[in-house]
Write a protein that binds this ligand. Sequence first.
Ligand code: NAD
Ligand code: UD1
Length: 335
Amino acid sequence: MITGALGYVGSHIAVLLSKNPNFDLFLIDNFENSSKDTLKKIKFLCKSKINFFEMDIRNSLTISDFIKSKNIKTIIHCAGLKSVKNSELHPDEYEEVNVTGSYTLLNSFINSNNKKDELNFIFSSSACVYGKPVYLPYDELHPTNPFNNYGHNKVSIENMLNKKVRQTDNLKVVSLRYFNPVGAHDSYLIGDRPSGYPENLMPIINEVAKNKSSKLEIYGNDYNTPDGTAVRDYVHILDVAQGHLSALKYLFNCKKKSYEVFNLGSGKGISVLELIDTFQRVNKLKIPYFFGKRRKGDLPEYFADTSKAKKILNWSPTKNLDQMCFSSWKFENTL
Ligand code: NAD
Ligand code: UD1
């Protein structure tokens, strides 16, 4: 079962897992940040019959009935709200959907199954749990010290999952801390298309590329980085999806209860200007931009140490920045 399966991350995982005939896939979403159109595209890409159910993770009765009736033993939990800005404006709503929602989902999962059944759970966490770097690259042992409500939600959920594993004999959990997922599926039919105006850099670049009149505002060019703009770790969405398949294999092979955390990033720091240059070069177009002030809450620089995922999950990113920029723009232009 994949929650938030019509969203950016969930849809790519769903399409990847649908290629494996051993999985019976159940996709759930409440259309908070997704559309019927995406569902149509997922169905097309999955070819096999997709089982989609409109459902809210906060509805414990419906979720419990569903888990029992479909005999769900594995959940990939991508449903949630992800706007850092809105998490500051609407902290209660974020707490309710992200933290209470995850708690409800996990409890329903445990209580709807037999104590002897092995239960597997993968959670979409984020690099923002780390906060201000004590050292770089961040490895999984780096202290967690988030500075926005969204990041606090992720830490609360991770702590809750860890605690549940300690209390439950048959539960195995992996939290995957994504860095900055970008790019699109190689059919270019699914990608990052939020319902409102985008807040993340790559979909904003797509918007600027489409509408020649507006300019991209670069948030700050006075950071202590090679070109003065902020540095992030961009990772292709198909590599992120593959990370979930690797985590599933790890959980299926794991014979005792466990809680593990893994970074999913490229391991490379890329500045905003480098990303724009690459986007312009591979897509042969110009992105007009100007330098604005630093965005409140932004860190100058961070990137991942991915050696734990390589060693234990046998996962490494395979796609480069050119492929991320190319697929992102191609998706934007494919109806
Ligand atoms: P998304 O908004 O595209 O997808 C989330 C999906 O969850 C949407 O389809 C939405 O309709 C659904 N949803 C929201 N509330 C729900 C609810 N109460 N019940 C059922 N469905 C609900 O976001 P995404 O980029 O795919 O992110 C997926 C997860 O990964 C989120 O938890 C996000 O915080 C995390 N994450 C994303 C990024 C990123 O850059 N995309 C980075 C780090 C972590
Ligand atoms: C943001 C969140 C982070 C979350 C991640 C994925 C903040 C402070 N952090 O990370 O918690 O896990 O999204 O959802 O919001 N930029 C511009 N101009 C723009 C937009 C962005 O210069 O119009 C810059 C930003 O300053 C940043 C980089 O581009 O340096 C990437 O920004 P963004 O895509 O929003 O991701 P993060 O801020 O890294």
